[in-house]
Design a protein around this ligand. Structure first.
Ligand code: ADP
Ligand code: MG
Ligand code: ZN
Length: 473
C-alpha cells in the first residue's frame, strides 16, 4: 500500500496598483506592451525601486497564517534565459524570504488537519509569450507584476486535501484583499509536487513537479493521474526508470501529465543577492500597520453562529466568497433579522443567480434586498409575495415599493377589512365556535384558514391571528 505525498507551490499576483519594482500599471487585459518602462523592459542602467504596498501585503499574509515575519529579508537574482524575461534573471527571494514557518488548517471528511507553510516570498512575474502560427510575440505588460510565492510543506496526503488547502489559501487571499486570486486570469497559479511512498515509510521519495495548473478540477485530475502513473511504475518494477525528478505539464484534453523538462536544482539558477536592491527592512510603523488584518472566513463562521444564532452550515455557506459575506453583513447591519437574511441570501437570491451572474453583480443589490426584507418584516407583503417581487426584480430595475404596487401584492393589514371577514366566518360557523369555546383548541387553525382563504392570501397572518384571538376570548 502506498501513501501519497504532495507539496504545493502557489504563485499569486498581489493586487497592487503598480508593479513591484517600477511605477507601471498592473492592469490586466490591455493592449500588449502598453504598461512598460525602462525598468520592466530591462533597459541598461534602469534601477528597480521596491513597492512598499507589495511588502505590506506579504506581511498581512504572513500574519494570517501565523508565520514568522522576517523584518529583514533579501532579494536575489534567479538567473535563467527565456524570451519573456528580458533581464535574463528574475528578482526573487531565496535564503531569507519575508515570510517563514506558517500554517493553515483544512478539513476533509470531517477531519481537521494542519498544513505547514514553509515560506512565502516576494518576486516579480515574467511577461507572456504569445505563439501565433510560425512566429512568437512577447508581451511585457505582466513583467514585474508582484507575486507572492507560497510554498507548503509536503504535508498533503490526497488530491482532496490538496484542493482543500488551495481553497483555504484562496479564501485567505480574497478576505485579506491582497490578491484577486483569479484562476482564469492567472493571478492564482499552482504547481503540484507529487510523490508516493510505501505506507509507514517516513523518507521522501522522488517528486515530480506538475506546472501551471489553473483550475481546482485540473489540479485534482493531474494529481490523481500522477499518483496512478507512479504507482503502476512501482508495481511493475519500473519506478527507478520512469519516476525521476522532472517538470511535467498537464494535458487538459487527455487528462494526462507529460514530461516537459528535467527539473533544475536551485544551484543551476546561480542565485545571488541583487546588488541593485538593499535588504528589505520593515520598520515598526509599517509592520504594525500591515499586521492589522481583517476578519477571515473561519472567524466569521464562529462569529455568525455566536452573534446571530445561525447554523454552522449556513455560516460556512455565507463565507464561500468575501462578496457574499459582505452582502449578508450589510443586510444584518440594516437591522433585518439574521435568520431572514440567511434564507434570502442562500436560498432565494442564490437560487435565482444564473449564467455566471454572481452576488457582486446581482441585479438585486444589498440596498434593494434590504427594502424587500423590510417589507416582509413590517407586514406589507407576505414572504410568498416577496418571492414574486424578487423574481420581478431579477429582470427589472424598479423600486421594491413600486413592484409591490404594480403586482398588487400588498397585504391587508387594515383591521376593519379583516374584522369584517372574521365576523362573517365566525357567524357562519357558530357550531364550531361553540366547540372551540368548549376546549377544542384545534378549531383555531380552522378559523385562520377560512379567514385567509376569504382574504385571498392578502391578509397579514399576524393580524388575523391577533384579531381572531381577541374575538374568540
Ligand atoms: P522548487 O522551487 O525547486 O520546486 P521549492 O522548495 O520551492 O522547490 O518547492 C518544493 C515543493 O515540493 C514544496 O512544496 C515541498 O513541500 C514539495 N516537496 C518536496 N519534496 C517532496 C516530495 N518528495 N514529494 C512531494 N512534495 C515534495
Ligand atoms: Mg517548484
Ligand atoms: Zn515598468
Amino acid at each position: 500500500m502506498f501513501e501519497v505525498v504532495i507539496g504545493l507551490e502557489v504563485h499569486t499576483q498581489l493586487n497592487t496598483n503598480t508593479k513591484i519594482f517600477c511605477s507601471c500599471s498592473t492592469s490586466f487585459g490591455d493592449d500588449a506592451n502598453t504598461h512598460v518602462c525602462p525598468t520592466c523592459l530591462a533597459l541598461p542602467g534602469a534601477l528597480p525601486v521596491l513597492n512598499k504596498e507589495a511588502v505590506k501585503k506579504a506581511i498581512s499574509f504572513g500574519t494570517a497564517v501565523n508565520a514568522t515575519i522576517n523584518k529583514k529579508s533579501i532579494f536575489n537574482r534567479k538567473n535563467y534565459f527565456y524570451p519573456d524575461l528580458p533581464k535574463a534573471y528574475q528578482i526573487s527571494q531565496f535564503e531569507v524570504p519575508i515570510v517563514e514557518n506558517g500554517e493553515l488548517f483544512i478539513e476533509v471528511n470531517g477531519e481537521k488537519k494542519r498544513i505547514g507553510i514553509t515560506r512565502a516570498h516576494l518576486e516579480e512575474d515574467a511577461g507572456k509569450n504569445i505563439h501565433e502560427g510560425a512566429r512568437s510575440l512577447v508581451d511585457l505588460n505582466r513583467a514585474g507584476t508582484p507575486l507572492l510565492e507560497i510554498v507548503s510543506e509536503p504535508d498533503l496526503r490526497s488530491s482532496d486535501e490538496a484542493v482543500a488547502y488551495l481553497k483555504k489559501l484562496h479564501s485567505i487571499l480574497r478576505f485579506l484583499n491582497i490578491s484577486d486570486a483569479n484562476m482564469q486570469e492567472g493571478s492564482f497559479r499552482c504547481d503540484a509536487n507529487v510523490s508516493i511512498r510505501p505506507k509507514g515509510d517516513t523518507k521522501l521519495y522522488t517528486r515530480v513537479e506538475i506546472k501551471n495548473l489553473n483550475s481546482f478540477k485540473f489540479i485534482q485530475k493531474a494529481i490523481e493521474y500522477e499518483v496512478e502513473r507512479q504507482t503502476i511504475a512501482w508495481e511493475d518494477g519500473k519506478y527507478d526508470d520512469e519516476v525521476y525528478q522532472e517538470t511535467r505539464l498537464f494535458d487538459t484534453t487527455n487528462l494526462v501529465t507529460r514530461s516537459m523538462r528535467g527539473k533544475e536544482d536551485s544551484a543551476e539558477y546561480r542565485y545571488f543577492p541583487d546588488p541593485d536592491l538593499l535588504p528589505v527592512e520593515v520598520d515598526e510603523a509599517m509592520y504594525n500597520e500591515a499586521i492589522k488584518i481583517p476578519e477571515l472566513a473561519d472567524e466569521k463562521v464562529i462569529r455568525y453562529q455566536k452573534e446571530f444564532g445561525i447554523k454552522e452550515d449556513d455560516a460556512l455557506n455565507l463565507v464561500a466568497t468575501i462578496e457574499m459575506a459582505r452582502y449578508f453583513e450589510e443586510l444584518v447591519g440594516a437591522k433585518i433579522s439574521p435568520k431572514l437574511c440567511v434564507t434570502w441570501v442562500l436560498v432565494e437570491l442564490l437560487g435565482r443567480l444564473k449564467n455566471g451572474v454572481t452576488i457582486e453583480n446581482s441585479p438585486v443589490n444589498v440596498a434593494k434586498m434590504t427594502e424587500l426584507l423590510k417589507r416582509i418584516e413590517d407586514g406589507t407583503i407576505s414572504a410568498k409575495a416577496a418571492k414574486e417581487v424578487l423574481d420581478y426584480l431579477m429582470d427589472n430595475d424598479e423600486s421594491v415599493d413600486s413592484v409591490i404596487q404594480k403586482l398588487g401584492l400588498k397585504q391587508v393589514s387594515d383591521d376593519g377589512a379583516i374584522e369584517a371577514i372574521i365576523d362573517q366566518i365566525l357567524n357562519a360557523n357558530a357550531d364550531k365556535v361553540a366547540e372551540y369555546k368548549a376546549g377544542k383548541d384545534k378549531m383555531f387553525g380552522f378559523f385562520v384558514g377560512q379567514v385567509m382563504k376569504e382574504g385571498k392570501g392578502a391578509f397579514n397572518p399576524a393580524k388575523v391571528n391577533e384579531i381572531l384571538k381577541s374575538k374568540l376570548s
